[in-house]
Design a protein around this ligand. Structure first.
Ligand SMILES: NC(=O)c1ccc[n+]([C@@H]2O[C@H](COP(=O)([O-])OP(=O)(O)OC[C@H]3O[C@@H](n4cnc5c(N)ncnc54)[C@H](O)[C@@H]3O)[C@@H](O)[C@H]2O)c1
Length: 255
């Protein structure tokens, strides 16, 4: 069903039902945009729809970013409903952190399929619509593209792939579509989970203090950068990877 969108810009946020994506949804709605929550978790997405109904037009579209038919249907529903697409945020992501000896091929494939292939599929099927609006894509990588803890092979590889896919897409889709990537460090998402899992952050003083800025990150820190990167103010920025980590990747730690 077509909805009168009053000429507002339209953003799809994959995995927008919880965490960073949910905070970005709130910020974009507050800025007057229409937001599509592309989620695999219906309960989380329905909560966002009802919590943010007063902020603007927010629509849940069921989507599994690993499934090309589902991604195609997501784009069709968005265009049939709102007639345009201005922003794609490839945010849906999972991890399977365990020692490589215990990491099954199924788990490896699931992480790569969600994080990396999902970013590819959504970008592929959004690109023609974004090109019509001089739109932009924001990909979510991680500081794991640059540094590691033990036992994070699948996640780190997927995020490194996203950083490279970002500059590849920027070259292929320019000048009509800009494509940038954000690499967050520790972002505390507990208060942004669906009700069943929502809780206050349990961060110790030492955990915050170790960051050069003196605290861990919040989803709002990422939302601020997304708002800037999708705006005309960022018109000369594409193919870039922005590290948002309170300075942790710049800090030498030798014992
Ligand atoms: N939180 C952090 O500290 C942090 C740090 C670096 C990078 N990131 C990245 O930021 C993104 C968001 O992280 P978060 O902490 O908010 O995660 P989150 O788990 O709180 O939210 C992710 C959402 O993605 C959805 N999702 C999972 N698989 C999906 C699929 N196949 N199709 C559609 N939706 C799917 C989940 O249902 C969930 O609602 C992820 O890509 C993550 O890797 C997070």
């Amino acid at each position: 069903m077509a909805i009168d969108n009053d000429g507002k810009k339209v953003a799809i946020i994959t995995g927008g039902g919880q965490g960073i994506g949910k905070a970005v949804a709130q910020r974009l709605l507050s800025a007057g945009m229409t937001v599509v929550i592309a989620e695999i978790d219906e309960e989380a997405a329905r909560e966002v729809e009802s919590e943010y109904a007063d902020l603007g037009t927010v629509l849940y579209v069921p989507a599994d970013v690993t499934d090309e038919a589902s991604v195609k249907a997501l784009m069709e529903t968005t265009i049939n409903t709102f007639g345009r697409l201005d922003v794609l945020m490839n945010n849906a992501g999972i991890a399977a952190n365990r020692p490589i000896a215990n990491l099954s091929i199924e788990e490896w494939n699931r992480v790569i399929a969600t994080n990396l292939t999902g970013t590819f599929l959504c970008s592929k099927h959004a690109a023609p619509h974004l090109a019509r609006r001089n739109g932009s894509i924001i990909n979510m990588a991680s500081t794991r593209t640059l540094m590691s803890e033990p036992d994070t092979e699948a996640y780190s590889a997927s995020k490194g792939g996203i950083a490279a896919l970002t500059h590849s897409l920027a070259i292929s889709l320019g000048p009509k579509v800009r494509v940038n990537c954000i690499s967050p460090g520790w972002i505390e998402v507990s208060p942004w989970k669906k009700k069943q899992f929502r809780k206050m952050p349990g961060i110790t003083e030492a955990e915050g203090r170790q960051h050069p800025v003196g605290r861990v990150g919040t989803p709002e820190d990422i939302a601020s950068l997304v708002c800037y990167l999708i705006s005309p103010e960022a018109g000369f920025i594409t193919g870039a990877n922005f590290v948002v980590d309170g300075g942790m990747t710049r800090k030498m730690i030798y014992t």
